[in-house]
Design a binder for this molecule. Structure first.
Ligand SMILES: [Fe+2]
Length: 191
């Protein structure tokens, strides 16, 4: 019965789908490389679609609740403020806030923010899956969790390969990702 509250965290929470889409679609404008801006546009648009999925799940979980069920599930405080309308907030009741994401105007800083954001979203879905057992909720959550992993990999690949003009002469380090010192002249080099 608490699924309604848990789902709010991915609706308007700090690592939710609204924050994800706003993050990428804000960062894209100052991203200096078209290929990276394209990845941000692509993933940011997909996150908007995920936001719609979360909205639909919240709505389907709440639309037929009785007053007794609302009280039992702990949804009563939300109900007093919003009835059963959708409003972006975290599971703990904190309203959606643009301070939950960053748009810094630096290619490396923004991509690192994006990779961290995807892992935070994946962890949040892990937490939901530990608490929710209804397969009709868990199946789309598992899909969304898998997409966060794909996004993390795409941002990592973007950082590694789209910016390959910054690779040192010896090529990609055997450990995988480049160290920050290897991007030291990022604004002086065009790709
Ligand atoms: Fe994502």
């Amino acid at each position: 019965m608490l699924e309604q509250i848990y789902m709010l965290v991915q609706y308007g929470g700090p690592d939710g789908e609204l924050a994800a889409s706003m993050r990428y679609l804000a960062q894209r404008y100052t991203m200096p490389y078209n290929t990276v801006a394209g990845v941000l546009t692509d993933i940011g648009t997909e996150e908007l679609a995920h936001f719609e999925m979360i909205c639909a799940i919240v709505y389907q979980l709440t639309r037929n609740l009785t007053p007794e069920e609302i009280k039992e599930s702990g949804f009563d405080k939300y109900y007093v403020d919003h009835t059963l309308a959708l409003w972006p907030q975290a599971a703990g009741g904190i309203p959606f806030n643009a301070c939950e994401f960053q748009s810094k105007g630096d290619v490396i800083t923004d991509l690192m923010e994006d990779m961290a954001a995807e892992q935070k979203a994946r962890t949040t879905y892990d937490n939901i899956l530990r608490l929710v057992k209804d397969p009709e909720v868990c199946d789309p959550i598992k899909f969304l969790r898998a997409r966060e992993i794909v996004h993390f990999q795409r941002f990592g690949d973007t950082k590694l390969t789209r910016l390959s003009g910054f690779l040192p002469p010896e090529g990609i380090p055997s450990g995988g990702f480049l160290g920050i010192e290897q991007f030291g002249n990022v604004r002086e080099i065009d790709v």
